[in-house]
Design a protein around this ligand. Structure first.
Ligand code: MV4
Length: 450
């Protein structure tokens, strides 16, 4: 169906997608900004085209330039990776209009999930458990709003329909603060997302962040590929992820997983997707669906033995899944550390040239990275320079392997968060499993992990 793929991204994910393409015998076309002329994703591609200046808005987010690059190189498909244009419905539409395959779900699916109210409505209708609260935008009448909030019970959280990933939210502890919080969030939403719609739901004080990976072909075959726990985060940036989510009964996971599969079938979802849940007191509450390949996909690959990027491309190519739910088994445990070029004390990016790059290795150790000795970390883009992924037969095995791998990994010339990871994997609560989404920030506030 297609023989060549333009990869509309940079960094480690561009390399990850290139490898999957080459494994399938597909030709790869890289695009790059002026800052990435010498980048490995450019060097290793079959063909490469410069699409603009360093600023992402003028290059990796420049839809016209990318579509043009695809046309002049004769690309037959476009893979958006994660970030940048990966969840832009308009871009998916433009790729299709230009006669190319967008490697991802339909523009309609992306659009529904981009509107967090529409997403919640669709998922609740499909039987996915959601956070208590109406799956509709708030009415204008203050007394109606007050009644809706009372029905949920305080504390509640106000969220922008156009938000997501932690942007455009506000917690309301009591009724006196409700209308004020609402108007501020609405105004922010109007400015940031061009959509003033907000909705409210029960605020969960100490949840975990658990997600379910799904994969669907065009023929109604949809599978869930296990769970991931991404609770260790700081300011909505995930720091360390694992699969499976520890301490959740298998029967409960299977119940939620099959609900996700049913929901995908109902909306005709195609490709890879992730259902994000908050988990509190043993209950799952859907919050958002991601319609892209995710940074943390390797922990799912290590536990299921499935190359999810290759599968994503195969189903986009119109192939049928060659395995069924009964073939999916979670074997062992995997962790992923996001290694960032940043000053851990102040958490600010630390661009510069890497002078030393010693990677860990051995059985069950994987590093996905575009960096190396001599690589210059650009101030223009995300500060993630590597993902260190380990697998083991049990969570304890994997954690032991991770400690050694983190000690082996040595990066000099720039500041990194490696020291934070080394302390994190020795944190007693983390070792015990199932910490909540506030754990890392709490420990940092207490001056632990420093
Ligand atoms: C919540 C919540 C508590 N209660 N919703 C933040 C990111 C966005 N995806 C949803 N978020 C949250 N929604 C209710 N009803 C707490 C968060 C939240 C959070 C969620 C996942 C991972 C990290 C987080 C950090 C702070 C708050």
């Amino acid at each position: 169906m297609f023989q060549s793929v333009l990869i509309a991204n940079r960094g480690e994910v561009a390399l990850r997608i290139q490898r999957a393409c080459h494994g399938l015998g597909l030709k790869t076309i890289a695009v790059y900004s002026e800052a990435d002329r010498e980048a490995p994703h450019v060097r290793r591609a079959d063909q490469a085209l410069c699409i603009g200046p360093a600023a992402a808005g003028e290059s990796y987010l420049n839809q016209a330039a990318i579509i043009m690059a695809a046309k002049v190189t004769g690309a037959e498909a476009v893979h958006p990776g994660y970030g940048f244009l990966s969840e832009n419905a308009l871009f998916a539409e433009r790729v299709a209009e230009a006669g190319m395959v967008f490697i991802g779900p339909s523009a309609a699916s992306i659009r529904v999930m981009g509107d967090k109210v529409a997403a919640k409505r669709a998922m609740r209708a499909a039987g996915v458990p959601c956070v208590p609260g109406p799956d509709a935008a708030l009415p204008d009448a203050p007394d109606q709003i007050r009644d809706l909030a009372r029905e949920i019970g305080y504390p509640i959280i106000v969220k922008a329909a156009g938000g997501g990933g932690g942007r455009g939210m506000r917690v309301v502890e009591q009724e006196t603060a409700l209308l004020g919080a609402l108007s501020v969030t609405k105004e922010e939403a109007r400015r940031s997302f061009g959509n003033a719609e907000v909705y409210i739901e029960k605020f969960l004080a100490r949840p975990r962040h658990v997600e379910i990976q799904v994969l669907a072909d065009r023929y109604g075959n949809t599978l869930w590929l296990g769970s991931r726990d991404c609770s260790l985060q700081r300011r909505h940036q995930k720091v360390l992820e694992e699969a499976p989510a520890p301490g959740i009964p298998e029967a409960l996971l299977a119940e939620v997983g099959s609900r996700c599969v049913e929901a995908c079938k109902q909306i005709g979802y195609l490709g890879l997707g992730t259902f994000e849940f908050l988990v509190e007191d043993g209950a799952f509450y859907f919050i958002e669906m991601n319609t892209r390949l995710q940074v943390e996909h390797p922990v799912t690959e290590m536990t299921t033995g499935i190359d999810v990027v290759q599968q994503q491309i195969r189903v986009a190519r119109g192939e049928r899944l060659t395995f069924t739910q009964a073939d999916i088994r979670c074997r062992g445990h995997a962790f992923e550390c996001r290694v960032n070029a940043e000053d851990t004390e102040r958490f600010v990016p630390s661009p510069g040239t890497i002078t030393r790059w010693d990677l860990p290795g051995g059985y069950g150790v994987r590093v996905d990275s575009h960096a190396g000795a001599g690589y210059r970390v650009s101030p223009y883009y995300d500060s993630m320079i590597a993902k260190l992924i380990v697998h083991g037969d049990t969570r304890e095995d994997a954690l032991g392997r991770l400690r050694i791998a983190l000690d082996e990994m040595q990066v000099e010339g720039i500041a990194t968060n490696l020291a934070l990871h080394r302390r994190l994997v020795r944190d007693q609560a983390f070792i015990a499993g199932s910490v909540d989404i506030h754990h890392l920030e709490q420990r940092l506030r207490e001056g632990e992990l420093m």
